[in-house]
Every structure is written in C-alpha cells, then in structure tokens.
Design a protein around this ligand. Structure first.
Ligand code: WT7
Length: 647
C-alpha cells in the first residue's frame, strides 16, 4: 500500500464516519437526500414538492415545481442578511491593479446590466453569448442573464471567429456581451474585432445587439444600432431589478464542449439542480468558510469558471479572487506572489499550470514558491486532467508546505460539479488518484455490457443514478444526448467517456483518460474530428488528415496530425513551412489551443481495405512506438514506415 497523505483535522465534513453517514443517507433515500440539501443550500421563492422525476429517463428533472432565481441566491440573499459590505470579488488585473467589489456593488452592477438587457428586448429563455475577458463585468454578465432568466453561453476568449460564429448560430443567440480587448501577459488581444468577424456577412441573423465593455480603450470598429457601450447602457439603468423567478429546470446556461464526433455540443444545464451542486461542492470539497479567500484560476469560458467562480463561491457568500492575466506574467512567480499578497486560503488550479511552473522554477530559481510566504493556504485543488504523482508531490510540498490536502477533483462540463474527489476533512490522499465519490454520487466502473468490474481492474467510468447538476440535454439535439451519454448497452448508466480503475485495497478511483476520440491538451478538451475538419477545410492544400493524441510531459496530451497533401509529400524546410501554415490555419479555424504540436506528412494514411483510417496505429506512431498491433487488415502497410518519422 502506498503512502497516504492525511486530511485536515477540522473541516465542515469531518472524518470518514461523517462521509459514510452521508453516503448511507443517500443510499437509504436517494431523492430525499438531495431534497434535504436542495432545501438547505438554496433559497426558493416557491419550495419544490418533487425531488427527482425519472419518468422521462434519460431526461431527468430535479425539484421541478420549485421556483428560484440563481442571481438572487448568489447576491440578494447575502445583502438581505446584512452581508452586503462583504467583499465578493477581489479582482487583480494583468498589470497588478486590485479592485474589490462588495456583494452590494456586485448586485447593483448585475441589476444595471440585467435592466440594460431587458431594455434591448432580451427576455426569459433567450440565449445571450458572453465573450469576455476575466473580469468582474464578465461574472456580472452571467449573473445578469440568470437574473432575467436568459440562458447564457460563455465562449472562451481564446476561440476563433469561426468557433464563436458556430456557437452563436447553434444557440440562436439574440445578444452578445464582449469587451473591446483583453489584456493578457502584457499584451492587448482583440475580442470585439473577432466578434465583428464572426458576425460578418449576416452570418448570425438572430443576433441583434452587441454590448461592449471598455477594457483597454483600444481602437475598434463600430456598427451603429447593433453595437452599444456597456457603460452607456448601464449608467441609464436603475440599480435594482426584480429577479425573474424561474422553475428549477429552466436552462441557466449552455456551454459548448467537444465530443468524439461532429461539432461541439451545447451542454444544457438547469438552474436549481446545477446551483445546488455548485454550492454544495464548494462547501464540502473546499470547506469554504467566511474567513477564506478562495482562488480558482480557471477562465469563465470553461465549466470550472462557471461552477467555481461565477456561481458556487457566490452562492455561499464567499470571498474570491478573480485574475485577469496569465501565470507566467510578469514572471512565473505570479501565482505565488498573488497567494501571498491576497492571503489566499483555498487554491484551485490545473495540473498543466503546475507542471509548467515546476519547469519554470527549475530554470529560474527566483520564481520557486519557496521564495514566497504561502502560509495562508489551507486547501489545494486540482482539476481538468489526471495529475501525475510527481507534480502532485511538488504541489503538496512546495505550494502547500506539506500541510494542505489536495483535492484532485474529477468531473466534466456535463456533470456540472465535482463527482469524484477527496474531502478535506475526510479523505487520506493518494497522489494521482481522485479517491472516492462525492457523497450521493453513484460512480462505478463497468465493462462494455454495463456489468460491474471488480476493484483492481480497469473499465468504463459510469454514474449509475442521475444527480441534480447533470447535463439535461444537448441544445437542439436530444437524440445526440441519448446516444452520447446513455448508450443502450450500459443499462441506463451515464457514460462519462473516461476509463478508470479502482484500487483493490482502498476502492480509490484513478482516471486513466478518455476512451473516445476526445483529447485533453493542457486541460482543454478537443475532439480529434474537429481538428481534422479544420485541417481538411484548407481545401487548397489538404487532401486528408487524421489527428491523434500522444502523451506529453507538460500538456498531458499533445495533438499529432497526419496529413496527406494534394501535392506531393514535402520534406525538409518545405515540410516545416507547410506544417507551420497548417498550424496557423487550425488556430484561425478553432483557436490557438487546437494547434497541432506535430504534423507529419504521408503519401497516404494507414487504412483498412474498406477505407477506414486505423487510428490506433497512428497513436503508436505518434508516440514513437514500434507498431505491435495486428496490421493484417491494412491495405498499405508500407505507409507505416513513412509516417513513423518526423518530417
Ligand atoms: C474531462 C472533462 C472538470 C472541469 C474541467 C474539464 C478530464 C477532469 C480530471 C481529474 C483526471 C480529469 C476527464 C474528463 N478530467 N478532471 N481530476 N483527473 N481527469 O472539463 O473540459 O468537460 O473535460 O477532463 O477526461 O472527462 P471538461
């Protein structure tokens, strides 16, 4: 048995017996357990009488006849309780300026924005796309949509015009909130200009209004009647706005994420069940207390930024740090310097960030965390991809001072919040393992026929029962929802898309990675098909492309593309130049995060006689492994030698 690292001796959920009691309660009365928590964590305008409705499985409903407003729960109720002067958000800009926003101020800003949206005709149920930098205004924009019952869809500021356009069109958005530019790493990067591109040539006919937050004051183009300055719209508006009371199933947001096939899918989340789990997990996994300063380093463009920046901490009335910039500017000590400056107590980041900061500290000793006072920290978190034990240990010792437990939280865009994770006062931690299910979550490992796999063996990670914050559907495509997440062979279990195993002794879960054609690069999720489509859309150059992932020390996985050109196979400098052109093409089509790390050119791709590309062979080639798989069905075995080498 490997060394386990101890939990805290004092936390809200304290001790394994307390954990077990919660699991038992859920076991005895599943719907009742969630109903109890739904009443404790959420203020309802009208209480629900039903907990889980599974009559239309796999389209589940939770707390359906309850009425609530998410922004009321995140803002008003704290102000009403006399906590309006508490700091909600400590915002630090890219260049190190700090601005505190109290709950009363965040409520006022949210109401003004909500009123401005209403004045532009945005109604309950309308979709609003948010394409914003990390900012108080970005969080307020999400809260403002929630306030009027509009469904937001945040698009990460690193996505291209084409990706933004696809999402606006798919969501049928009526309005978009953006900024002139964003500041990252000392550079001003365009946002409004990308919006202009996305909307060009009447590509998005449903979209009527663009609201622009002035962040840098940089030069931008302006389309009269369509574009409005956020400050001009909001300054005319009152600071109060009656919340729109919605039923618990009302869609709070859509968030687009990659699947194994087709275009990114709009994961639809509810209001009540989602908010419950965002709040509950922030409370139990991070033990958030009034004295804490919580910092989640994610971007609001990802689900982590939704649940653990925009909603969870605010629903609890907590104080959180929101950061505009990047971990490496002005140097790679930025995170540590900010933890020291703001006395951060709970810190939640991604393995990729940790690995890159380890590397930086090795080459530049001045940015090593030991140079900073990190004694305020009490709990650490990790999310987005498996954390390798070496990075875990470095994080534990050098950032947490061997005193802070690490919450390795496994979850997904679709799950809304933590699913498998240690709890700080409960779980002895094992580096590289996300340990045990959150109380009430029925995570399990099964084989292809949905039968339980004994501990000690690997299999398919599923969730056996619906839970409140689960995905409700894929926007506009309920069939795809059913097929992707509830395949018939799995007996109605939710299919996560990850492989996992459980330890024979502890029952701890270890995630082994995706079992579908989804890649995880620096914690960013991408479909191989999307990148392939982007490559072949370069119709002048590319005849065919296949994309696979390969393990990478820094980014977890790296994208490797095998490309057949319409012209003869290039070599040497020419191959380099074309590879570069294609990498930039992919950045333009999807976003810089989707750039292949390596592109190899071939006269052909390894195919079966029926013409199917054999991706498993390409995976071996990308890793630099000898191909040991059966190649007897291969139409053109000679191609393997050609593709085995970098250009
Ligand atoms: C995929 C979901 C979770 C929010 C951010 C990413 C991988 C996530 C872990 C973890 C191992 C993890 C899985 C999952 N993943 N957290 N702690 N250990 N793998 O959300 O973009 O929807 O990606 O990220 O493969 O399926 P996402």
């Amino acid at each position: 048995m490997s060394t386990l690292f101890p939990p805290l001796t004092q936390a809200r959920i304290q001790g394994m017996a307390a954990y077990q009691a919660l699991c038992d309660e859920a076991e005895r009365d599943y719907a009742g357990y969630w109903a109890r928590l739904g009443r404790e964590y959420i203020s309802w305008k009208q209480p629900f009488t039903k907990s889980l409705d599974d009559s239309q499985a796999p389209f589940f409903k939770w707390f359906e006849d309850g009425l609530l407003n998410v922004s009321y729960n995140c803002l008003d109720r704290h102000v009403e309780a006399g906590r309006g002067d508490r700091t909600a958000i400590i915002f630090e800009t890219d260049d190190g300026q700090v601005r505190n926003t109290s709950y009363s101020q965040l409520l006022a800003l949210t109401c003004r924005l909500a009123n401005a949206l209403k004045a532009k005709g945005v109604k309950k149920g309308d979709r609003v796309v948010i394409y914003m930098p990390m900012s108080v205004e970005g969080v307020a924009a999400m809260q403002a949509c929630a306030r009027i019952g509009a469904t937001h869809s945040v698009v990460f500021g690193g996505f291209s015009a084409q990706s933004l356009r696809d999402r606006i069109q798919d969501a049928g958005a009526v309005a978009l909130i953006t900024a002139d530019e964003q500041l990252r790493g000392g550079k001003a990067l365009p946002l409004k200009a990308i919006v202009d591109d996305a909307l060009a040539d009447g590509a998005c006919p449903t979209l009527k209004d663009v609201i622009v937050y002035k962040r840098t004051g940089g030069a931008i183009n302006w389309t009269a009647h369509r574009d409005h300055w956020l400050h001009e719209l909001t300054e005319q508006q009152p600071e109060t706005c009656e919340p729109e009371w919605v039923d618990a199933e009302h869609p709070l947001f859509l968030l687009y994420t990659s699947g194994s096939t087709g275009k990114p899918k709009g994961v639809q989340h509810s209001s009540g069940g989602y908010l419950l789990h965002a709040a509950l997990t922030t409370s139990w996994t991070f033990d958030l207390q009034d004295s804490d300063v919580f910092w989640c380093t994610a971007d609001i463009g990802w689900v982590t930024g939704h649940s653990y920046i925009a909603y969870g901490p605010l629903a609890l009335g907590g104080t959180e740090l929101v950061f505009e910039g990047v971990p490496t500017y002005p140097d790679a000590g930025r995170f540590w310097q900010m933890i020291q400056k703001h006395k951060v107590t709970v810190f939640y980041t991604a393995p990729t960030a940790i690995r890159s900061l380890i590397k930086a500290a090795e080459t530049t000793p001045a940015v090593h965390p030991k140079n900073y006072d990190l004694s305020s920290l009490r709990i650490l978190g990790s999310v987005g991809e498996p954390i390798n034990p070496a990075a875990w240990l470095w994080y534990y010792e050098n950032v947490g001072g061997s005193r802070c437990p690490i919450m390795d939280t496994w979850w997904q865009t679709e799950t809304g919040g933590h699913m498998i994770t240690p709890l700080p006062g409960v779980t002895p931690q094992l580096p590289g393992s996300c340990t045990l299910p959150f109380p009430g979550i029925q995570a399990a490992i099964v084989d292809e026929t949905g039968h339980d796999v004994p501990n000690g063996q690997g299999g398919i990670l599923v969730v056996k029962k619906p839970w409140p914050s689960m995905i409700r559907t894929i926007w506009g495509d309920p069939e795809r929802y059913k097929k992707s997440y509830f395949p018939e062979e799995l007996k109605g279990y939710y299919l996560a898309g990850d492989g996992a195993s459980r330890a024979a002794d502890t029952g701890y879960f270890t995630i082994t990675g995706r079992i579908d054609d989804v890649l995880n690069v620096s914690g960013h999720r991408m479909g191989t098909m999307e990148i392939e489509s982007a490559l072949v859309s370069h119709t002048e150059l590319v005849a065919e492309a296949a994309v696979v992932g390969r393990p990478d020390d820094l980014t977890g996985e790296a994208i490797c593309a095998f490309v057949v050109l319409k012209r003869s196979r290039p070599t040497g400098d020419e191959a380099k130049a074309i590879a570069n052109e294609l990498r930039n093409w992919v950045a333009k089509e999807i976003g810089p995060i989707a750039k292949p790390k390596e592109i190899r050119f071939g006269d052909n791709l390894p195919k079966t006689r029926s013409g199917k590309i054999m991706r498993r062979l390409l995976r071996s080639l990308a890793k630099g492994e000898a191909v040991t798989q059966d190649t007897s069905t291969l139409e053109n075995p000679a191609i393997l030698d050609q593709l085995a080498k970098a250009n």
